[in-house]
Design a protein around this ligand. Structure first.
Ligand code: CS2
Length: 483
């Protein structure tokens, strides 16, 4: 469990390793700064066997960092008054799925495991982003349907583990999606059931009754850990921790209270349990992630490395304020206990935190998977009521320019996206600006028919793209905010 720092600067647990009650898929920086911290605090305050088996679905990096330290790592809060390190001991075990998929299934099928939580990012769900439906043509899904003993996808592991539990007469578990997707609980439920039904109808029926899929809203800004972070921690704490994470102080976890077989007392660590998460999730996705992606594409094109650098330009800060006021919050229902204008104002403060080196390039990743829920739904809602959401449309044009693969000074952009090659080809093959926009709008797994058939949207996004090409992102943002 957690030990105090800096009085006793050491990287080990005081008590025994916690018994495992949670399997977590996707042990990246966000999971460590968020789920692992909440669970550590909940166990310290209220006890319980909620140790975490952290499973990487791809790279062995997390295991390489965590295993030699017995799963213990340092979470470092970037507080205004300085760095606050805290040692976290909730991870009891680390596994790398491709090395031994059978061991991962067996761990998930252990009756003592009550929760399987996920931070696998948008693309980990193997859906068609524009509709949220399971992509049966996805190579991992096709593989996992043929090889249930050796899955690759999170969905494949979940269904194989549930199959094993059902066969051994054991109860189901809770699948807890902690990714930035709208209605992430029902989305996870729909794709797990769809996948299970492809395998075995009776298994799907059993899952429907034995497994719960609560929705969650998760929020804590956590950039990828850098070598610099590791060295800084070594200076202040006196030890080397390659598994450390640096993050903001703010955190918010809103969870639908629907667990199949118990849960940690996360409320003791500040999590909010509610009957419906939807309004909270829409607020966070559209207000925070929507402007994050806007700043990522337009800021990167304007030559800014981080979000803090981007919003230090008053035009970009004004763009965020305009988006919140005129284009985003009018589409939202105010969640219980929140005040939308105050929420948005606090976001700008969080973005301005100069000690958080959150790279525009990092947030720009996987745009094809992020655009629908962050920007396109809000745009469609505005168009429906006859409003032109020109700022959000400029952000979409920024994405189009970004995935074209060349920045404003002609330098190549390292575009990371599952569709990167296809997007680049489509943009490259088209000769004119209008043809490039039209070619990208053909990606129907990103853009829904509601948008692509809307002539007003097509005109506005083409105009915004031309503006970006002709005047550059800085001037286009300035013009948008002074118009
Ligand atoms: C970011 C998020 O990388 C991204 O796409 O927008 O990870 C963001 O930092 C978190 O959702 C904040 O809670």
């Amino acid at each position: 469990m957690g030990v105090g720092l800096p009085d006793s600067p050491r990287l080990n647990r005081e008590g025994p390793e916690p018994n495992i009650g949670i399997v977590h898929l996707g042990p990246g920086a966000f999971f460590r700064a968020f789920n692992a911290v909440y669970t550590d605090e909940a166990m310290q305050l209220e006890g319980g066997d909620w140790g975490i088996a952290a499973v990487s679905l791809r790279s062995p990096a997390a295991r390489t960092q965590l295993e030699p330290q017995g799963g213990v790592f340092t979470s470092v809060t970037l507080a205004p008054e300085g760095l606050q390190p805290c040692v976290i001991g909730s991870i009891a075990r680390t596994l790398v799925a491709p090395e031994d998929p059978g061991e991962v299934i067996a761990t998930m099928a252990d009756p003592k495991v009550k929760i399987v939580s996920l931070t696998i990012t948008e693309k980990g769900y193997c859906t068609l982003p524009s509709s949220g439906a399971l992509d049966l043509g996805h190579s991992d899904i096709a593989h996992d349907l043929l090889h249930p003993e050796q899955p690759r996808s999170a969905i494949g592991f979940i269904v194989s583990a549930l199959d094993a539990r059902r066969k051994s007469g054991c109860a189901g578990f809770t699948v807890l999606s902690c990714d930035n997707l709208p209605s992430n609980g029902s989305l996870a439920r729909a794709i797990v059931l769809e996948f299970a039904r492809q395998r075995d109808g009776a298994l799907a029926d059993w899952i429907e009754s034995a497994v719960s899929f609560p929705a969650t809203m998760v929020d804590r800004i956590t950039p990828a850990t850098t070598q610099d972070n590791i060295e800084t921690l070594a200076e202040i704490a006196g030890y080397h921790d390659p598994a450390c994470v640096f993050h903001e102080g703010f955190r918010q976890w809103v969870i639908e209270d629907d667990f199949a077989d118990g849960r940690p007392a996360w409320e003791s660590a500040g999590a909010q349990f509610v009957t419906s998460v939807e309004a909270h999730e829409m607020m966070k996705l559209r207000c925070l992630n929507g402007t994050h992606s806007t700043l990522a594409y337009l800021g990167y094109l304007a030559g800014y490395g981080t979000i803090a650098d981007t919003v230090a330009n008053p035009d970009f800060a004004a763009l965020c304020e305009m988006l919140w006021r005129e284009e985003i919050t009018p589409t939202l229902e105010q969640p219980d206990g929140e005040d939308l204008p105050a929420y948005c104002a606090s976001l700008l403060e969080r973005y301005r935190n100069p000690s958080i080196q959150h790279m525009t390039w990092q947030i720009a990743m996987d745009g094809s998977q992020k655009l629908p829920q962050r920007l396109l739904g809000t745009i469609a809602d505005n168009l429906k009521i006859g409003r032109d959401p020109k700022g959000l449309i400029l952000a979409v044009a920024g994405w189009m320019r970004y995935v074209g693969g060349q920045d404003e000074s002609g330098q190549p952009i390292d575009v990371r996206d599952p569709l990167a090659a296809a997007l680049h080809k489509a943009s490259d093959n088209a000769q004119t600006n209008a043809a490039k926009v039209a070619a990208l709008l053909e990606f129907d797994n990103v853009f829904s028919g509601t948008l692509t058939e809307n002539a007003r949207f097509r005109t506005l996004v083409t105009q915004a793209y031309v503006d970006l090409v002709e005047m550059g992102a800085k001037a286009a943002v300035k013009e948008m905010t002074t118009a």
